[in-house]
Ligand binder design. Structure first.
Ligand SMILES: [Zn+2]
Length: 361
């Protein structure tokens, strides 16, 4: 299913949320109305389970739609055991956009929760099970909003915190560092709380907090490194990290190219030159397509990919822009042709390994 170009993906573990919410809401119903029939319990459970999935979807959609408004690409929303994630292809560009994109999720949960709860106060006679469904799903939405507001980066509250720090210090990286530290602290607090609940109170639900805490702490670390690489990459200029490469003559027999170039040099691909001009790229994977006994029948030019099949980047573009172009290529190998902006000359070729190497420095 797609909404505004965003793919909605249901991970199979989503079913577990439906089951859990269904179970807990049915238990809640039977504690209020002890003589409820089994069918009523099933009805309450199933409807609450379905409502919670839609609630999470609405929460994530609000993030995604706000992100689209700020020109960020959102590829998909995945619903899973731990709620949902909106997969954005890049980070927000300003503190203000980050704040709005993050806060809109919990806000929409609060509004949805309030809308469900408001029915309880209207003078409309409703059957008991409908009242319980409205109450339970309303409270769940409020809880969803509050939980997401915990300042545990990269959760919504942590992002709100980062946007404040970012706008105050004007430095995304240091803001992310602080926000992830707070995030890690909160994640471990969840783990400790979980253990207390589990061991001292004998409540098995503590397992959830422990699991959630560990997942959040690794997410906080991952998000920090991701931001760090993005910031680093945006400070790198293609021209500065371009590596010298050996080239292959167009007419060279393939078998010689393998023997004297691919085996001799530490290069996965070679630009192909004909009459002093770059005409193609020969990658190791192209050679693998040719059965060994047929390798003698070809010259390099026969199997090299045409240069026009590769995207063009300019020498003064940032590493971040190039990484984006490379990761969005739908055909492998992910290599871009580097041209000089001024006279449009090809001055080299770049792939992800050069960017990754630059990150290590
Ligand atoms: Zn959210």
């Amino acid at each position: 299913m797609k909404i505004k170009g965003i793919k909605i993906k249901l991970h199979f573990s989503t079913l577990l949320i439906v089951a859990l919410v269904g179970f807990y809401s049915a238990t809640f119903y039977s504690s209020l109305i002890p003589d409820a029939s089994i069918w009523e319990l099933i009805l309450v459970g199933v409807i609450n389970g379905i409502i919670i999935i839609f609630s999470i979807l609405i929460h994530e959609l609000s993030h995604s739609l706000m992100a689209l408004r700020y020109g960020l690409k959102v590829s998909e929303i995945e619903l899973n055991l731990f709620g949902g994630v909106s997969k954005m292809e890049e980070e927000p560009k300003t503190p203000k956009s980050e704040f709005k994109i993050s806060i809109v999720g919990p806000l929409s949960s609060f509004i949805l929760g309030a809308l469900l709860l408001i029915f309880l106060f209207l003078p409309i006679p409703l059957p008991a099970f409908v009242l319980v469904i409205l109450f339970y799903s309303g409270i769940t939405n409020i809880g969803l909003g509050i939980f997401n507001l915990l300042p545990a980066f990269p959760m919504d509250g942590g992002r709100v915190l980062r946007s404040f720090l970012w706008s105050r210090k004007k430095d995304l990286l240091s803001a992310t560092k602080v926000a992830s530290k707070v995030g890690i602290f909160f994640s471990y607090s969840l783990v400790v709380l979980g253990f207390i609940q589990w061991i001292f109170l004998g409540d098995f639900g503590g397992m959830w907090l422990i699991l959630m805490g560990f997942i959040l702490s690794s997410a906080a670390r991952r998000s920090y490194y991701q931001t760090k690489s993005e910031v680093k990459l945006s400070n790198i200029i293609v021209r500065d990290i371009l590596a010298q490469k050996f080239v292959l003559p167009y007419e060279l027999p393939l078998i010689d190219a393998i023997k004297y170039y691919f085996m001799a040099f530490n290069q996965y691909y070679f630009p192909v030159v004909d009459a002093g001009e770059f005409v193609g790229i020969l990658h190791l994977d192209d050679i693998k397509q040719i059965p060994i006994e047929k390798q003698t029948e070809f010259i390099v030019g026969d199997i090299a990919k045409k240069i026009s099949e590769f995207p063009i980047v300019f020498d003064e573009e940032s590493g971040k822009d190039v990484m984006k172009i490379l990761t969005q290529m739908d055909k492998k190998p992910n290599i871009a042709v580097v041209k000089e902006r001024y006279d449009q000359n090809i001055i080299g070729f770049i792939d992800e390994t050069e960017l990754i190497n630059a990150l290590k420095l």
